[in-house]
Design a binder for this molecule. Structure first.
Ligand code: FEO
Length: 385
């Protein structure tokens, strides 16, 4: 992506990765991503905020050349993960007097990951500022969003908050601004669900602090820039809250069709009770879709002999286990053990031998009744709490 002017002396100099389809070999990226880097020219100094993935270093350097950047004084590293830091060695090589400004933890990671020498760093503390002639940068530490090193940089005069991963979205787009991207809400929610959701409680505190700032632009390091900060802040406030919806997720695996039969029956049974239900066949599902559903669901049903929910803490209040077995029926106990660390009320499991029979379907109806009762008690029937 060519360099774009955001405001006088402030430029987007990042890159678009149209083809990337997986992140950390774990997270699906159906729409690619961007690695955003920002150049700011103060009266006295030139600053770069974050770099790009190492595979795109040449595009970043090209953008700096097009803008005739002869010298970079400081590179602010908000986060050490390589999609933002990987091009640092190239930039440091081309701009030999540049120093990296970051926190102690991020410096430690950058040195471990990229072997950058000590004398290229200036470390800052939470709340520190650096003024470079008409531009004052304030550093706001936001640990565990989503690594322990993460921080934000607030450019006071222009009221721009550079948030690196926080508030980002994995979406390759030539649009610089979020309001021009029709599916930005879904892209940002997927990003939150895949990356930030396990750190919901930390992020709640960070958002409170951010709301105390006067912000005109939120400029993340993935996806477009928010000219209406309230759009993404309001969305995050819903996602990080304890509120859930009248929704049930059924995560299932079926080997020979018995568990599938139970799932299909329970899906219909819940629909008849006006409960939104989202079944996910874990052998086929896009885990990003499943993660997004976890943001809202009041109940999770696990229907599989071998499926794990995972160690993070979803907001769901209830869980149920259904499934079938051939000769050993301990699956429910094993999954209960796995779920025991989560603050969930576990409803009575329904475990059948072989193909479900009429009585088993009746038991599924009872489970659907129980879920409806629980949702009513929670106050999520027909409204979001
Ligand atoms: Fe976009 Fe945590 O890296």
């Amino acid at each position: 992506m060519p360099a774009h002017k955001i405001k006088p002396n402030i430029y987007f100099v990042g890159t678009i990765d149209w083809d990337r389809r997986s992140f950390d070999e774990l997270i699906p990226l159906p729409q690619g991503t961007t690695y955003n880097s920002y150049l700011i020219r103060g009266n006295k100094k030139t600053i770069l905020i974050d770099t790009v993935d190492p595979s795109k270093w040449h595009e970043l350097i090209d953008n700096l050349k097009v803008l005739q950047v002869k010298n970079i004084d400081y590179i602010i590293a908000n986060h050490a993960e390589q999609d933002h830091s990987g091009a640092l060695p190239y930039v440091l090589g081309d701009y030999p007097s540049a120093k990296i400004i970051t926190n102690f933890k991020c410096k430690d990671f950058l040195q471990a990951l990229l072997h950058i020498p000590d004398n290229r760093f200036i470390t800052v503390k939470d709340g520190d500022t650096i003024a470079v002639g008409g531009k004052t940068f304030e550093f706001i530490f936001t640990p565990w969003a989503h690594w322990p090193d993460t921080m934000l940089t607030y450019l006071r005069e222009d009221k721009i908050l550079f948030t690196c991963d926080l508030f980002g979205s994995h979406i390759a787009t030539s649009e610089l601004y979020a309001e021009n991207v029709p599916n930005i809400y879904e892209a940002a929610k997927r990003y939150y669900a895949e990356i930030m959701m396990p750190f919901r409680i930390n992020i709640r505190n960070h958002v409170k602090r951010i709301e105390g700032l006067n912000i005109k632009l939120i400029a993340p390091s993935h996806g477009p820039i928010y000219r209406q900060p309230s759009f993404i802040l309001d969305a995050y406030k819903v996602w990080i809250s304890n509120n859930v919806k009248n929704e049930v997720i059924i995560a299932f695996v079926s080997m020979h069709g018995s568990t599938r039969k139970m799932v299909e029956y329970l899906v219909d049974s819940l629909i008849k009770r006006d409960i939104t239900v989202k079944p996910f066949n874990l052998t086929k599902t896009d885990i990003g879709e499943l993660a997004m559903a976890l943001v809202d669901a009041a109940t999770i049903v696990i229907a599989s002999p071998t499926v794990l929910v995972g160690a993070h803490r979803p907001k769901a209040k209830f869980a149920a286990i259904i499934g079938s077995y051939g000769w050993s029926g301990r699956m429910a106990d094993q999954i209960k053990d796995i779920l025991s660390g989560l603050r969930l009320e576990i409803l009575d499991p329904i475990i059948v031998r072989g193909l479900p029979k009429q009585d088993d379907f009746k038991a599924l109806d009872k489970l659907a009744d129980e879920i409806k009762k629980k949702h009513r008690e929670l106050g999520v029937i027909d409204k979001v709490i």
